[in-house]
Write a protein that binds this ligand. Structure first.
Ligand code: AMP
Length: 400
């Protein structure tokens, strides 16, 4: 059975079955009909704890099945028609839409209704969805607050709160909105947070909103297995030639990251003019355009997608072979997220980073996090920049 909006690609699974982790036959039935036979490790670990009512911090790499890990307990516990009792907050519209697709599928036997409140599209259809007595709301924070301020939705009966990509939801960009939302929720509720990375500073904030959460960490050390990392150290003016040469060298489906929207546009136009099959996604494009561009990439009509970090988080596309960091990411966590777009499930992939000497401190931080020295590589026609050897500090030496 294949359902629109739900990606299906290979993922590592456990030997257990869904009926031994506390789900009722009703829910197990839909799961099986959809084609999931065995829970993934994060599902096997989270679902029994979630069903016991405890708060959960779930750490798992992207593409490990975490959406079903929180959707299934909600589908199990909620029945239709008792007000909005489940709230799921997502950082991007794409992730929110994908989560809604899972909820529609797995909540079908309990007739659960979900309203999806995302920015960049008209308010009115969402107001209609809210009037149709949803049981669950999936939302991006800004649009949710818009609806709350217009009294379209009340959050005082929420029993289940999920923060997806929690590291991002609680970082400085989203935190003020998150605090506003959390103030509106009942204190007696179950809270679950999921993330591929959870820096200590963010975990401290997270624990403030939770009640003795159980921490489940099934992330492998560093990024996903199956990824080869490569570093291309060049002069600033050679970043563009290095990218063009890399695109000729690696022919598979390729995701190129820039830090700024303006650079995503600039690169898109350069590649387009050179005849590359390229599309782009960033948060200044309308929602319709983003979905359409993503679809062109997903179907292979365009081999290359240029994206910024925020837009890139929502990309769940199997078969991306190559991630190219045209700009070094701003944080180590962003590097892990970008890398997680390739080698999804049990696939393999390459992450190439184009860097200048000014980026070397960040590269060293990344190397410490992933636990390996990234091999220095060269690409045809672009002279490599000579790296000044910096003696790593004793602590770094031990970890490398
Ligand atoms: P997620 O991490 O939620 O984005 O899921 C990653 C991928 O794994 C998606 O394509 C899901 O459809 C798929 N998936 C999730 N759980 C299972 C499972 N138990 N068995 C097989 N595929 C799964």
């Amino acid at each position: 059975m294949s359902i629109e909006g739900i990606p299906q690609h290979p993922v590592p699974i456990t030997e257990g079955t869904f009926d031994t982790i506390g789900l009722s036959p009703n829910i197990v039935d839909v799961v099986r009909r959809f084609g999931f036979e065995h829970p993934t490790p994060i599902q096997a670990a989270v679902i029994p704890i979630a069903l016991s009512g405890k708060d959960v911090i779930g750490l798992a790499e992207t593409g490990s099945g975490k959406t079903a890990a929180f959707v299934l307990p909600l589908a199990e516990r909620l029945v239709h028609g008792r007000g909005v009792r489940g709230l799921i907050l997502s950082p991007t519209r794409e992730i929110a839409l994908q989560t809604k697709a899972f909820l529609d599928l797995f909540g079908a036997n309990h007739e659960l209704r979900t309203a999806c409140l995302i920015g960049g599209v008209k308010m009115l259809p969402q107001v209609k969805d809210l009037r149709a007595k949803p049981d669950i709301v999936v939302a991006t924070p800004g649009r949710l607050l818009d609806h709350v301020n217009r009294l379209n939705v009340k959050l005082d009966e929420i029993e289940y709160l999920v923060l997806d990509e929690a590291d991002h939801m609680l970082d400085l960009g989203f935190l003020p909105q998150m605090r506003d939302i959390l103030r509106l929720l009942p204190r007696a509720r179950q809270t679950m947070m999921f993330s591929a990375t959870m820096p200590d500073s963010i975990e401290m904030i997270a624990r403030d909103f939770m009640r003795q959460p159980e921490r489940i960490d099934i992330t492998p050390q560093g990024t996903a297995e199956g990824i080869s990392h490569r570093l291309y150290l060049v002069k600033l003016e050679n970043k563009r030639p290095a990218l063009l040469a890399l695109l000729l060298q690696e022919l598979g489906s390729t995701l190129v990251f820039t830090r700024r929207k303006i650079d995503a546009d600039w690169l898109f136009h350069i590649l387009d003019r050179q005849g590359h099959p390229v599309t782009r996604i960033h948060s200044d494009l309308s929602q319709g355009k983003r979905v359409a561009n993503l679809q062109k990439f997903r179907t292979g009509q365009h081999r290359i997608l240029v994206a910024t970090d925020i837009a890139g988080r929502g990309i769940d596309i199997p078969g991306i072979q190559h991630v190219i960091n045209f700009d070094v990411p701003e944080t180590v966590e962003d590097y892990i997220h970008r890398s997680g777009r390739t080698a999804r499930g049990s696939a393999i992939g390459t992450v190439s980073t184009i860097a200048t000497w000014q980026d070397m401190q960040m590269i060293r931080n990344i190397e410490i996090e992933i636990g390996e020295k990234i091999p220095r590589c060269t690409v045809a026609g672009v002279p490599p920049e000579v790296e000044l050897e910096k003696k790593p500090a004793a602590r770094e030496r031990r970890r490398l």
